[in-house]
Write a protein that binds this ligand. Structure first.
Ligand SMILES: Cc1cc2nc3c(=O)[nH]c(=O)nc-3n(C[C@H](O)[C@H](O)[C@H](O)COP(=O)(O)O)c2cc1C
Length: 212
């Protein structure tokens, strides 16, 4: 793994992939490797701040895509096709009481803000998945716009039964898969391959300094 390859993977991960080549599939070993990465990256004091659900079921992923809207914002309709991917990773908050934690105390009983640490853990986990997946040749797209309770209920319906507490909210989702060839990442296609939407892209230029 060269430095240049890692930087290229990061540049791919920066963009939000919104179309997928459905004629190809992801090997299960690759999905499992990404699950292993997601669940071993560091969290504060190694607490289990989140629970991960990964769907490689295209029927379920389409349902997740359908829920990935803001009902108050019509522009989000058919926008978040990043979750119509080959594999969809969803990070749920893990209910603190299940771990003898409270919103303000960790397992050892010391002051710790659950939500902040949980969000940080999800960020670290998902970032590693995105970078690794792009390094493996896949593309990725994040999404935080979904009907959270309906998404949780959908997962329960599909067999993830321990998400029934209202604190088990989905916080972040990431689509991973094989992009449609010769198609810009921000083009959303319909099932016939026709252009449905072009999503505006965003760029950033984060200041950095190295102190010698
Ligand atoms: C934490 C997080 C949440 C995001 N949520 C959304 C989202 O809800 N909807 C969306 O369209 N893109 C979402 N994105 C994708 C970013 O907007 C995208 O990575 C960024 O705009 C750069 O990609 P672009 O070149 O495709 O614009 C999210 C990205 C991150 C990291």
């Amino acid at each position: 793994m060269s430095r240049a390859q890692l930087v290229t993977a990061s540049k791919h991960a920066e963009h939000c992939q919104r179309n997928w080549d459905r004629s190809q599939s992801m090997p299960r070993e690759d999905v499992q490797a990404l699950v292993d990465i997601a669940t071993t990256m560091p969290s504060k004091q190694n607490e289990e701040y989140f629970q991960l659900v990964v769907s490689v079921n295209s029927q379920l992923n389409r349902l997740i895509y359908d829920l990935s809207i803001d009902p108050d914002n019509p522009a989000t309709l058919h926008r978040n096709a990043q979750l119509d991917a080959h594999a969809v990773f969803v990070w749920f908050l893990h209910k603190p009481e299940q771990l003898n934690m409270t919103d303000k105390k960790n397992r050892a009983g010391f002051f710790d803000v659950f939500r902040l640490n949980a969000k940080t853990a999800i960020g670290i986990s998902s970032g590693a998945v995105a970078l690794s997946a792009c390094h493996m040749g896949y593309r990725t797209g994040y999404n935080q716009c979904f009907k959270a309770y309906e998404l949780r209920d959908l997962m329960i319906e599909w067999g993830i039964t321990n998400l029934s507490d209202e604190k088990n909210t989905p916080e972040l989702a990431l689509g991973v898969g094989i992009p449609q060839a010769d198609t810009p990442w921000n083009h959303v296609l319909d099932d016939e391959g026709n252009l449905r939407k072009i999503v505006d892209t965003e760029s950033k230029n984060i200041r950095w300094d190295i102190i010698e």
